[in-house]
Design a protein around this ligand. Structure first.
Ligand code: HEM
Length: 619
């Protein structure tokens, strides 16, 4: 038997025969001698040692074992005075443990005793009983409705978060407990629109501290918890995202967006001889990336037609690292983190340097054109608008790296959100043929088959189609919940006082299904939005208040122009092998929708299977 550390232990004691040392031979017979030593102890201890005979043990284990024997020796009063513990090593020979050493071994054994399974179970039971009693009778949230488990632990919510079913779980709990309920020991879910407004309308309900854990990018509009930075950025980039600012960029948006998509679909139809099967989800996804990367990075790069997914990949990696830092902040200080997550960090670096390069190139192109002709027009895109953006109050402009950060964030926040909204709208329309027929009638009665429809034309001429997009955003909001901190002095929500230090989560999914505000909330009823500006404002999908989505107008421009142009140009059908149909209904009497997953935004779970359509040129 090999012995780790070359250490042997033995028991020494003083009994009526005088000092006894149960000798040991460090060269190999330690266990035999140890067994002899406990001859003075109980039978139980001997058995315990003998059971361990055939395996290597560490110094720590040996100490504990020896001490157990020692304890028994003392307890059984076989040797009640001056009991000692000694160790023998090949190098140092026989040494008696000092008082301090003995004390430390005794503490260790006491801890081990404490950690015995029975003790652990009792401890956990007591802890749980205390948590339950506190949650039910003493917690400031004890009068707020909610599931019992959520009062005691955040685990149920975390599990749904990880499974990507958080939205359904929050709607389910809203149905059971109402517009304000407990979703964690110190956290409430907010599902009433008036309360959402209270939370979102001021900076005093700051974003969750986890947002500030991300250190891969400079402080920016999306992640900042600092009201001053948030206000300043909005003043700087606000004009860019206004309808006036965006209308200058529309030709570029149409070229990278609907025009590119239609060119691809036309080719697919020609290649297939009249009708083609396409996966609209993937096409929308690449198209929206192309729109933002052409506007934000000045790129003529087209991932939809070339299949080059480099930027899409970088965005995914940056999100992964961001979420990792938000969920497990310690990863930021791990010494070899760059080695553990080498490709993740490398891709984020590539993405950032791609952004910086775009700015440098733009600056040098501008410098050379200004030299060549003084009246040269600057490009009309997001990149230029960000470079030129100035805070009207302080006259401060963004530095190059701030522009890079905001552009990267724009791509991250603006691509998947818009493309998933498009996917859900198509899916819902295919499952509601009455509405779809009305949309087609509306579009085709207003526009010629080959006409490129602009945003203004679509917005003014297609109120029902726009209402369908609103209803799709209500039923399948792509954004998740918005976690906020309760401010100093606490807050009153649904007549319950929620103290400072607690958090709340504005549930977009549940607020959009709140039956106080939305009649027949599960039904797809676009009519509710036609000509009703008040209802449109009430929709929470873009958030509201001081941190409302600044890209809202751009998103609408992408969504409305894409839908109008494809409905005008193609006849669209569900394939025969589709698993979904208007006749397949759920328990609410509504068509069953394709399953979703959350990868930052709510996306179709099986796009290859569920997001196919058969397209032909409009008859
Ligand atoms: C259908 C499309 C979109 C939806 C549903 C959507 C939704 C949202 C929501 C709910 C928020 C609030 C997040 C929070 O408070 O944590 C938000 C914030 C934001 N969105 Fe959007 N968004 C969309 C498109 C876009 C686009 C196209 C852009 C940029 C071009 C964009 C840029 C941003 C930014 C920068 C923020 C952070 C604002 C802040 O925290 O102050 N979004 N968006």
């Amino acid at each position: 038997m090999s012995r780790p550390f070359g250490v042997a232990l033995l028991i020494a004691g003083v009994d009526e025969r005088g000092p006894q040392l149960y000798n040991t031979d460090p060269s190999g017979t330690f266990w035999r001698y140890e067994a002899k030593a406990i001859g003075a102890g109980s039978e139980g201890a001997q058995t315990e040692l003998q059971e361990q005979y055939h395996r290597d043990i560490t110094m720590g284990e040996a100490e504990v074992l020896a001490l157990k024997v020692l304890k028994q020796v003392m307890e059984e009063k076989l040797s009640n005075t001056n009991v000692q513990l000694a160790r023998v090593t090949q190098e140092t020979g026989y040494t008696i443990y000092t008082k301090d050493e003995l004390q430390s071994v005794i503490s260790r054994i006491a801890l081990l005793e404490l950690l015995r399974p029975a003790n652990v179970i009792c401890g956990l039971g007591a802890w749980f009983a205390w948590r339950a009693a506190y949650a039910l009778y003493f917690s400031p949230l004890c009068n707020v409705p909610g599931p019992f488990w959520a009062r005691v632990s955040s685990l149920p919510m975390v599990i749904h978060d990880l499974k990507g079913t958080e939205a359904d779980f929050m709607i389910e709990n809203y149905e059971k407990y109402g517009s304000l309920y407990v979703m964690g020991p110190e956290k409430v879910a907010v599902c009433d629109l008036d309360d959402c407004q209270i939370v979102l309308s001021s900076h005093s309900f700051a974003k969750d501290p986890r947002y500030a854990q991300v250190d891969i990018l400079e402080p920016n509009l999306f992640l900042t918890r600092d009201p001053e930075l948030s206000r300043q950025r909005r003043r700087q980039i606000g004009p860019t995202f206004s309808m006036t600012g965006l209308s200058k960029m529309e030709p570029m948006l149409l070229a990278a967006g609907p025009q590119q998509l239609m060119a691809k679909w036309d080719r697919a139809i020609d290649d297939a001889g009249g009708s083609a099967r396409v996966c609209y989800h993937y096409d929308f996804s690449l198209m929206t990336f192309d729109i933002i990367s052409s506007l934000g990075f000045g790129q003529s790069h087209r991932s939809l037609t070339t299949g080059d997914r480099r930027i899409v990949h970088w965005v995914g990696q940056t999100f992964t690292l961001m979420l990792l830092q938000m969920a497990v902040p310690i990863v930021k200080s791990l010494p070899f983190r760059h080695l553990f997550a080498k490709s993740l960090y490398a891709d984020v670096r590539r993405f950032i340097s791609f952004g910086s390069q775009a700015i440098e190139e733009r600056r040098s192109v501008l410098a050379s054109t200004v030299e060549a002709s003084s009246g040269a027009e600057k490009p009309r895109d997001l990149l230029q608008a960000f470079i030129d953006a100035e805070d009207p109050e302080s006259k401060i402009r963004m530095t190059s790296s701030q522009v890079t950060t905001e552009t990267i964030l724009t791509l991250m926040a603006g691509a998947d959100t818009s493309s998933n909204t498009l996917s859900w709208t198509i899916h819902l329309l295919l499952l509601h043929p009455r509405c779809f027929a009305r949309v087609l009638e509306e579009v085709r009665s207003k526009f010629k088959p080959d006409q490129l429809i602009s945003f203004k034309e679509a917005k003014e001429g297609l109120p029902f189609m726009e209402a369908c997009a609103y209803e799709s955003m209500r039923l399948q909001p792509v954004s998740g919940s918005l976690p906020r901190c309760i401010p100093r002095g606490g807050a009153v929500l649904q007549k319950h006082f929620i103290p400072e230090g607690h958090t709340c989560s504005v549930s977009i999914a549940a607020a959009n299904m709140n039956s106080t505000w939305w009649e027949k909330p599960y039904a797809f009823l676009p009519e509710r939005f036609v000509g009703n500006e008040e209802r449109k404002r009430r929709l929470l999908t873009f958030s509201m208040g001081v941190r409302v989505c600044p890209g809202k107008n751009l998103a609408w421009m992408e969504i409305i122009t894409t839908l109008a142009n494809i409905f005008n140009r193609y006849d669209i059908e569900m394939p025969k092998d589709s698993l979904f149909s208007p006749e397949l209904l759920d328990s609410n009497g509504c068509p069953v929708l394709m399953p979703y997953r959350y990868s930052i935004t709510r996306a179709p779970r099986y796009p290859e299977r569920d997001c196919n359509i058969v397209i032909t040129k409009r008859q």
